[in-house]
Design a protein around this ligand. Structure first.
Ligand SMILES: *[C@@H]1O[C@H](CO)[C@@H](O)[C@H](O)[C@H]1NC(C)=O
Ligand SMILES: *[C@@H]1O[C@H](CO)[C@@H](O)[C@H](O)[C@H]1NC(C)=O
Length: 125
């Protein structure tokens, strides 16, 4: 191995061990302390919006209305502020008006202000 690639490896290792100031380690889950934080609310609402957008025509009557977020944790997944959020969301089904608990896994990129819905499931029935 050349000393150059050795240096690159060392740099990568250093990066992977880096503690993000005020944000904790990469890849570890932390509780979301303020569920009413406007940004957390934005992420939670975007999860429901994206879930609704993914429903086909016959399932659209079952689209959801976001009500609130009752629990959440996050994980730093990138050095640039990118985070995965795992949020427990209460939402109302438009079809029959039933209120239920859902869990969404969302990737949030605050820098480019976009979210990706990775997973969305009902927790009870
Ligand atoms: C629409 O979505 C529902 C619920 O996921 C599914 O059961 C159904 O097969 C889908 N229908 C079509 C036409 O894709
Ligand atoms: C980020 O996007 C959301 C919805 O897509 C929008 O409501 C919000 O104003 C945007 N925030 C910024 C800082 O651009």
């Amino acid at each position: 191995m050349t000393s150059k690639s050795c240096l690159v490896l060392l740099a990568l290792l250093a990066l992977s061990l880096l503690v993000l100031p005020g944000q904790g380690y990469l890849g570890q889950w932390y509780p979301v302390k303020d569920l009413n934080d406007p940004h957390v609310q934005l992420v939670a609402k975007s999860a429901v919006e994206k879930y609704n957008a993914g429903l086909n025509k016959t399932a659209q009557y079952n689209s959801l209305d976001y009500l609130k977020t009752v629990k959440g944790k996050y994980k730093n997944v990138e050095l640039d502020d990118g985070k995965d959020f795992l949020l427990n969301i209460v939402a109302k089904k438009n079809g029959d008006g039933s209120v239920g608990n859902y869990q969404a896994l969302i990737y949030d990129d605050p820098f480019f202000n976009f979210t990706t819905l990775l997973q969305f499931k009902r927790l009870d029935n």
